[in-house]
Design a protein around this ligand. Sequence first.
Ligand code: EPZ
Length: 416
Amino acid sequence: MARFIIEGGRALKGEIRAQGAKNSALPILTASLLCSGKVVIHNCPNLSDVRAVFKILRHLGASVEFSDSTAVIDTAGVNRYDIPDDLMREMRSSALFLGALAGRMGKAVMSFPGGCELGPRPIDLHTSALCRLGFSICEEYGELKLERSSMRAATIDLGFPSVGATENILLAAAISEGETIITGSAREPEIIDLAAFLNSAGADIKGAGESTILIKGVKRLYGTEYGVMSDRIETATYMSFAGLTGGEIFIKGADPSALSAVIPVVEAAGPRVYPVPGGIYINGRGTIYSVPPIRTMPYPGFPTDAQAPIMAMLSIARGTTIFIENIFESRYKHVDELNRMGADIRTEGRTAVVSGVPKLYGAKVVAKDLRGGAALVGAALCAEGRSEIKGICHIDRGYQSLDTTLKSLGADIIRK
Ligand code: EPZ
């Protein structure tokens, strides 16, 4: 099993370019299924989750070329609506193919997108919304069968602002008749990016980024060319690395407006964050201080995906910080591993109490999920001595060649 070997204690210094946002690229690549004509996606990150979407698109009959961060997709040859179990299980957001296949083929057969390291990942909000749009969905023996029984617009009130459910409704309703309204929709920047992509292909979506979105169905979508937004969670992760190592990093292409809940927390902990034309400069030199309680919330609240990396940074703070993880049931799997490195973190249900320690120590640890793995990398960069991090396949799902990027900032890291 591949692993990272990191010698800690070196301050990161230098400039990197923000990668395209994983959580925007995945729905946009999936949405290309709706477009009849060539789709060109720029700033597409080279991640294992992205390659998993390519595999599904190719299985369905699309052609996909990918080089130098640009994906070119032609769906003229799409002639299937089934996705085999092994492809579905490769990543969580394969659930979005429900809406894309519903919109393109009017039917879909796929296995239930598995739960994952963050706890149960139900899709009840997705399926109930698709039923409101006139699809019938049968779930049996771990398999989902979707059929269009009638085409109808609907007003859908999402009980919880689920990102994936909001995206699936956009995908299923973009090509339809009438006007579908989503109330209580997710407001994440990635939703805005997806809607902008769909509109560039001829859709008529208004209000993305707000909690009410209007989708006026159109007859078809066309080929288009689009650039994915920069990855706000990757930027938050590098902010934590700067704080953990006392480093200075300029992130080219980073967008501070998508981090309005994270930057104040990072600055309250000590690092200085300077949004400048073309990116964000972070100076992490100096003491890290504890901050008031951090509650993860749907956007524009503090993002759950930044919880683990920021927790790693606060594990060496002067003082105690409390985290409340409101989005996922089981998103503290990095805590035991951080404690192996000398952190002092106690969890009780959705609450984590992080008592800052003066130093972390290199250790053998295992990444259990994507963002928890990034937290372990940050802790290892800061720790005294050598760390070995296993389970880096989780990290490769969301960070484009993390070891190469860190090496360019002066880190002593090798992939073995
Ligand atoms: C997206 O996941 C992101 N993934 C996640 O990022 C992110 O943490 C999450 O949104 C919240 O921002 C992608 O975009 C590919 P949700 P998603 O539907 O769509 C419950 C990362 O590290 N729920 O908003 O699955 C669900 O169980 C990943 O990059 C239902 O109960 O998130 C969870 O507790 C991790 N029923 C909560 O809502 C449903 O039908 C949030 O889920 C759907 C969701």
